[in-house]
Design a protein around this ligand. Structure first.
Ligand SMILES: Nc1ncnc2c1ncn2[C@@H]1O[C@H](COP(=O)(O)OP(=O)(O)OP(=O)(O)O)[C@@H](O)[C@H]1O
Ligand SMILES: CC(=O)N[C@H]1[C@@H]2OC[C@@H](O2)[C@@H](O)[C@@H]1O[C@H](C)C(=O)O
Length: 359
């Protein structure tokens, strides 16, 4: 067992998730502490200006790395743990460009700078090796989901609703670390609704789904959105944050636009079911989207089986991605797979990550 920090800056650009865990990178995961440090609006705008790989990338990367070093300090303070007691940091960084079909994916975050600032060894650049080998480079959390879900009824789907939504399907055959797993990004998560709410009301997101709850789904716009060819492709497949054009909802009242974009997320999740070997008997939901009651109700209606927040199994749905990058960092050091043909489309199980020793 190692003591490891996982750091994630997700596509919703809400802030840094920092988790301290004890894990062997295989079957054992013991959460110790977790916190989220929200970005200030000014930094969020700078980060946004780098999406697509343009803008002041170098300066933003330095600032982002320093913010992560600060997150490490605060996490250790909260946990009452000293830096020398930590074996490793898994540092995802922030995705500013993701185009696996061009064999390109770019997560900013300077691993050597973080190791120097914290005095702790760092693994970063988790996605490059996968993409270089012809994989999607995402999602990478599925092996972590499978480790957590070892004893649960299957087929099970673990759904993360962040800026983008991604699913891990865990099949009936083969329990434990060898169980069948299929994964992909299902479509939009919260990003389109967040952007809509920002433009319409200046708010950061649709708290509780209250705005969407007051609106009506524009079925014509939803049909147009669902006509995107991404939804016909089987897994594995992945998305960049801004892959979908919300033009079909332009001009709708704020409530109806929110309702329609929320329904778009739910419909695109349901659209993955025909691509799976068997329909899941249950969906466990993590990521910020599980706080959106309107979205959760739409999912339950469309999926027709129980849809629960992961807290039903005692997991922390805000911490899971950060915990996953702690787990994956240990796997990287052990030379174990981070991705499989059925999770990212790599030709063979692939390890990955770049190691930066402690100074
Ligand atoms: N109380 C809430 N009500 C509704 N939505 C919420 C609430 N809290 C968070 N969210 C949504 O969750 C989002 C953040 O989710 P999360 O932190 O899981 O995303 P992320 O990790 O940045 O993205 P990704 O998983 O794509 O990398 C917010 O942008 C917002 O849309
Ligand atoms: C390229 C990239 O950063 N993708 C993220 C994004 O956010 C959610 C979804 O799209 C997922 O594919 C991935 O993150 C999670 C942590 C993953 O790799 O599993």
């Amino acid at each position: 067992m190692r003591t490891v920090i996982g750091l994630m800056s997700g596509t919703s650009m809400d802030g840094i998730d920092a988790a301290l865990v004890r894990t062997d990178g295989e079957t054992r995961v013991e959460p110790v502490a977790f916190l989220t440090i929200p970005y200030e609006d000014g930094f969020r705008a700078e980060l946004r200006s780098c999406l697509g790989g343009t803008g002041p990338v170098e300066a933003v990367e330095r600032a982002l790395t320093d913010a992560h070093a600060d997150a490490v300090r605060r996490l250790l303070e909260t946990a009452g743990v000293a830096a020398p007691a930590v074996d490793l940091i898994g540092f995802h960084g922030h995705t500013i460009h993701h185009a696996p079909e061009e064999r390109r994916t770019w997560q900013i975050g300077d691993g050597a700078r973080l190791a120097a600032a914290t005095g702790i060894a760092v693994v970063n650049d988790f996605r490059s090796a996968d993409v270089a080998a012809g994989g999607q480079g995402a999602p990478l959390v599925p092996l972590f989901h499978r480790a957590l879900a070892d004893r649960l009824e299957r087929p099970l789907a673990v759904l993360n609703i962040g800026g983008v939504a991604n699913v891990t399907w865990i099949g009936r055959d083969g329990t434990g670390p060898g169980g069948a797993v299929i994964a992909c990004d299902t479509g939009p998560g919260n990003a389109l609704v967040d952007d809509w709410v920002l433009r319409q009301t200046g708010g950061r997101y649709d708290a509780g789904g209250a705005l969407a709850a007051r609106g009506r789904v524009a079925e014509g716009a939803l049909t147009t959105l669902m006509a995107h060819p991404y939804f016909d492709r089987p897994a594995p497949k992945s998305l960049d944050r801004d892959a979908f054009d919300p033009a079909p909802v332009a001009g709708l009242p704020a409530e109806d636009g929110a309702a329609t974009l929320t329904a778009f997320t739910a419909a695109s999740v349901a659209r993955i079911v025909p691509h799976l070997p068997q329909a899941p008997v249950r969906w466990l939901v993590c990521g910020g989207g599980r706080h959106n009651a309107t979205l959760m109700a739409m999912l339950a209606e469309r999926l027709g089986v129980p849809v629960d927040a992961v807290e039903a199994e005692g997991w922390d749905g805000d911490a899971l991605e950060a915990q996953a990058f702690a787990y994956l960092a240990v796997r990287s050091r052990k030379g174990l797979a981070l991705s499989l043909p059925a999770t990212t489309g790599v030709p063979r199980p692939m390890t990955g990550g770049r190691f930066h020793p402690a100074p």
